[in-house]
Write a protein that binds this ligand. Structure first.
Ligand code: APR
Length: 234
């Protein structure tokens, strides 16, 4: 097993699986439905244009659920890994559990539930700061409609430049709890591997992009990651 130190550049990519043990349901484990909704009814710009009140109800419920959730042993192991390496964490999750666990270098490429922005002037607000006028919240500056700060299907993820630059330099690319079907995140392992990184995956089942994985550890993130991180840093 490769050993790491403060100079070792480690990039971690997480998906819904790492939050499963905190009680947050993953997407593809729910039969194409996401908390009883079809993805195209709640997670696309067209869905928001069609029925912004439905989309806001959906994301408010998920925001409140995320506030109830606590970081688990998998999240905490990644804090330990950050303390011992030159570390970047890319997450597709929008629940902010990595930051709440204590990770500092976190790129939330699909946005965050705790934030929203104005569809007209783009000003960002945190959710506790906004109020609803009927079913919908409006901007305190320009009265434009606010939308969740979530990267929906068909939109460009955040931090792509920072991510590419971290991938190019990393020695270890660790992927946790993601099915490997949603791009561009599913393609990061290819970049990292072609540029010489060792690629490691921790997942309940083999992800779709497993042909690019050097070492696969099957199991729950909360069971596997603490031991794996101890191995790497010891
Ligand atoms: N530990 C590790 N892996 C787990 C666990 C667990 N406790 N529980 C589930 N998994 C695995 C599942 O086997 C599955 O492969 O996590 C993966 C979760 O996959 P998805 O539900 O597809 O989630 P994710 O890959 O994060 O989805 C990517 O798709 O819907 C969009 O934008 C959304 O960010 C999301 C993106």
């Amino acid at each position: 097993m490769l050993k790491v130190n403060h100079a070792t550049r480690v990039v971690v990519l997480t998906g819904a699986g790492i939050s499963a043990e905190s009680g947050i349901r993953t997407f593809r484990d729910s039969d194409g439905l996401w908390e009883q909704h079809r993805i195209e009814d709640v997670a696309t710009p067209e869905a928001f244009q069609r029925d912004p009140a439905l989309v806001w109800r959906f994301y408010m419920a998920r925001y409140l659920q995320s506030l109830e959730a606590e970081p688990n042993a998998g999240h905490k192991a990644l804090v330990t890994l950050e303390e011992h390496t030159h570390f970047t964490l890319i997450t597709q999750n929008v629940d902010s559990l990595h930051s709440r666990a204590g990770n500092k270098s976190v790129l939330e490429m699909h946005g965050r539930l705790s934030s929203c922005f104005c569809t007209l002037c783009r000003t960002r607000f945190i959710l506790p700061e906004i109020s609803f006028d009927g079913d919908l919240p409006y901007c305190q500056r320009c009265e434009g409609l606010l939308r969740p700060d979530i990267v929906w299907f068909g939109e460009v993820p955040y931090y792509l430049q920072e991510i590419q630059s971290a991938l190019k330099k990393c020695k270890i690319f660790l992927i946790v709890g993601t099915s490997g079907v949603v791009y561009p995140a599913a393609g990061f392992v290819m970049t990292a591997k072609y540029l010489g990184a060792k690629t490691i995956s921790v997942n309940l089942e083999k992800p779709s992009n497993h042909s690019f994985i050097d070492e696969f550890y099957p199991g729950k993130a909360g069971d596997v990651l603490p031991g794996l991180v101890q191995e790497l840093i010891s």
